[in-house]
Write a protein that binds this ligand. Sequence first.
Ligand code: F6P
Length: 535
Amino acid sequence: MHHKSTSAQSNRDLLVEHAKRLSHVRTTSLFDEDPERFDRFSHTLEGLFVDFSKNQIDNDVLSTLISLAHGVGLESWRDKMFEGGIVNTSENRPALHVALRDPSGPALMVDGENIREAVARSHHQMTDMVDRIRDGRWLGATGKPITDVIHIGIGGSILGPATAVHALGSHDDLGPNIHFVSNVDAAALMPTLRGLNRATTLVIIVSKSFTTLETLTNAETTKFWLLDSLPEDEIHRHLVAVTARPDRAQKFGITDDNVLAFWPWIGGRFSLWSAVGLPIALSAGMDRFNRFLDGARCMDEHFRSAPLESNIPVLLALVGIWNANYQGMSAHAVLPYDDRLDGLPSHIQQLEMESTGKSVDRGGHPLEWDTAPIIFGMSGTDAQHTFFQAVHQGTRPVSADFIGCLRNDHGSGIHHHHLLANLFAQSEALMLGWKAPDDEGHEERVCPGNRPSTTILLESLNPENLGMLLALYEHKVFTQSVVWGINPFDQWGVELGKQLAGTIMDDFTHGGTVTRHDSSTNGLINRFLKNRQQP
Ligand code: F6P
């Protein structure tokens, strides 16, 4: 038996008691009892406002959750992360994404190097690249400026940048068009290439490891595409890499000057603040990218210094734990009511599920509680016409985050009024539920209500607020990992499938009837081998 903190255990027991106590209480009656409930359970940080009051919580629940966080040493784990301690225990590394948005902090030594200097150097190199591309001084093989950028990467090497590029948009005509390609399916890459002019296209290959199958396959095909009409000794002008393995990028044919740093101490899903965010800066401009970093730093400072009772990422995490572990919510919806944030559900899905989808604690012992709920989502109001039926009436209740912006940039007030009316109505409907007034029949129309949600409102979708929002979820994930006792910075679960795909690729190469797997896998492989077209 491994040692368990008694105070943490007694808080967990107390939370079970609170859940029993509240199991027959309507959230609406908590509002009736406390006219201050909305103010009590909502918090503001600069342009970001979060309302937790529609969750099935009260002061006792929150104070027990906060005691639990204290009991598991949240503050010391948090400080350890900011100070460069080994928080990624299985890989024996720090996790220093927070250093990417804090260039002026005190020296931070990792493997004998002051990483503040490394971050500043990389930022400087990135700024220079962005300026040259945006003002037309970066010329392709035939002397033409860049009009289009293809960002090739997968997982954390693409989801964050794609989310932020779409969210921030381009506010001038200087930025190139940005195209994202991740899937190894050529049906993703080919249509992108078809529309582009090789002479004015820059390819950014983003891979921390520079071994990821999807990314390298897409990168190779794109390189061949470039070579189709550009001279081999000039195509280096069209290739940039962001990687922790510059040696591999060099072998691929990328010149040293065009390799930007990615470091072992930055996790892929936390990397968009580094040069991985190059397309964000190319599209929005370096000033706006820097403001995006400022927003994240503002959230970092808040996470680091605010008391847990009013610490927004801590509360988001603890309310999430309450819903997942004590209210029986096995899934959580991320619902941005702003089309510019339509990439957010996928980014948060990877951030949360790859970080906290674990079954053993840091010491390798099986956990006695559930971790990562299933994260899913879509932008509202589309989501309402897709899966909200189940969210309102299904037998498996889910929790939700509604995210909206008070101001829009498109100037069409009526659309924005409809959008926010729907956002507010949905969280209200989930809480209220509905029953026929005379209690007679209409069972098919009954909505049980009491379905918990949190609402996050940004004043506007400017770079600072976007930075705060994304950093909020990063710190939510970190906080939850500490309470669950897991390492959020590794992802060993994705390795097995990669290995097995390698073995099956060997089967494809050798041909002949395959018999070494189970009969289902053999059958599927053999069916493919009989029907395949030659590559
Ligand atoms: O899906 C696993 C994963 O390792 C992610 O964690 C990572 O973001 C992605 O693959 C891409 O990895 P790389 O940047 O090394 O190509």
